[in-house]
Design a protein around this ligand. Structure first.
Ligand code: NAD
Ligand code: TDX
Length: 372
């Protein structure tokens, strides 16, 4: 990948929404480490948010988060609040917006869909209106260069059978409250491009994994259950397939699409990493046997539990467009990324405990919506 300053091509003021979350945090760290841009991190600082990875990165670079000249400025704003969002966009005065803020956990969307409509639909609408006003006020080169990059998911395309892969022309068919809210946000972004001319780029990515992911998603849940010697919950028959991508490879794709993607175009991102859930869980248990032999064999903890309501069977991405047009390639194999991730969680047990405590989430099953 080209170096970041070359990609940014003089864009100095970057607004990242959701930068206190898992993927947004990885984007912010990369921007702080590899460019001299000022990053405005707009986040409602919700249950899944944590800034310690960014604070660590700033400390390593010998810089802090406090001063007026700080390269990292946190804007604690809920996008569902249109006025606060407009004020935050005016304050950031951005050359580029990367929109990652969203409620992101499917199980929580089954339990409480309202928050997903508020953040993902209403929030994206507020942001689009605020960004449109900002862009219409720009002139000259700043207006020419400006873009909004909307970050979305492969789940908008629905569920695959045994064959085929999602691509940019796959019809939308979302089936969970989460994926429906993300599909709605994609449609809003495209509408603002077609109707108002807002310069946008979209990406739809498959399942991410890596360090600093809030421990409610499959991979960190399994690591922490195995470490605690507790039953590892495998939904249904364990044969649902996801296309796993290491988070830093997603960040590569996002920075390419945000800066080099064709306006109005979307790019599917996936890592050629298809695995069924049983394979993923067994691979984690095997790593745990090496790194935490006291608990071996961890696979004895794998426990079939009631399936997720409406559980999508298979996701898989054909990343041919982003590979051919933008030169993107994943740099981590699933095995290498997983080994790093398992080791990272074992080294960060206090962080996991602290973020779970703060979120009042102890690792219990969510999202059965009345089933048991
Ligand atoms: P995350 O839950 O770890 O972080 C999301 C962040 O957005 C949180 O810090 C949260 O506080 C913030 N946020 C949510 N609603 C907000 C609002 N109304 N106003 C301001 N901030 C708000 O999620 P993630 O896994 O980092 O996902 C980031 C984005 O990438 C999401 O848009 C998600 O749909 C998309 N995505 C995620 C994956 C994945 O596997 N995790 C895959 C493809 C796409
Ligand atoms: O304890 C579990 N046991 C289990 O079998 C959990 C938490 C999940 N699962 C299954 C459900 C899925 O088939 O594992 C698979 C992965 O589940 P999640 O980690 O919850 O991810 P998924 O539902 O696939 O959605 C993720 O990928 C796409 C992200 O959470 C989304 O934000 C992203 O858009």
């Amino acid at each position: 990948m080209r170096d970041l300053p070359t990609l940014l091509a003089g864009r100095r003021r970057l607004l990242v929404t959701g930068g206190a979350g898992f993927i947004g945090g990885a984007v912010v760290r990369r921007l702080l480490r590899e460019s001299d841009a000022i990053v405005f991190n707009l986040d409602k600082l919700g249950y899944a948010s944590d800034l310690s990875s960014i604070e660590e990165a700033l400390a390593a670079a010998g810089s802090s988060d406090g001063g007026a000249e700080s390269r990292h400025q946190v804007l604690a704003v809920d996008l569902a609040d249109a006025e606060a969002t407009a004020a935050a966009v005016r304050q950031a005065d951005p050359d580029l917006v990367m929109h990652l803020a969203a409620e992101s956990h499917v199980d929580r969307s089954i339990e409480g869909p309202e928050a997903f409509i508020a953040s993902n639909v209403q929030g994206t609408f507020s942001l689009l209106q605020a960004v449109r006003a900002h862009w219409e006020g720009l002139a000259g080169e700043r207006r020419e260069r400006f873009r909004l990059h909307h970050i979305s998911t492969d789940e908008v395309f629905g569920s695959l059978g045994a064959e085929g892969r999602f691509h940019e022309d796959t019809p939308y068919d979302p089936r969970s409250p989460y994926s429906a809210s993300k599909a709605a946000s994609d449609h809003l972004v495209r509408a603002w491009h077609h109707t108002y001319g807002l310069p946008v780029v979209l990406t739809n990515c498959s399942n991410n994994f890596g360090p600093w992911q809030f421990p409610e998603k499959l991979i960190p849940v399994v690591i922490l259950k195995a470490l605690a010697g507790e039953p590892i919950p495998l939904y249904g028959d364990g044969l649902n397939v996801r296309d796993w991508l290491y988070v830093e490879d997603h960040v590569d794709a996002l920075l390419l699409a945000a800066t080099r993607g064709e306006l109005g175009r979307s790019y599917c991102v996936g890592g050629h990493g298809e695995r069924n859930n049983r394979e993923v869980v067994e691979a984690i248990c095997a790593r745990m046997d090496v790194l935490h032999p006291q608990g071996a064999p961890h696979a004895r903890l794998i426990t079939a539990v009631t399936d997720r309501p409406g559980h999508d069977r298979r996701y898989a991405i054909d990343p041919a467009r982003i590979t051919a047009e933008l030169g993107w390639q994943p740099r981590h194999s699933f095995e290498a990324g997983l080994a790093e991730t398992v080791a990272w969680y074992l080294d960060h047990a206090p962080w996991c405990a602290a973020v779970r405590d703060r979120a009042q989430y102890a690792g219990e099953r969510i999202g059965l919506a009345g089933r048991s």
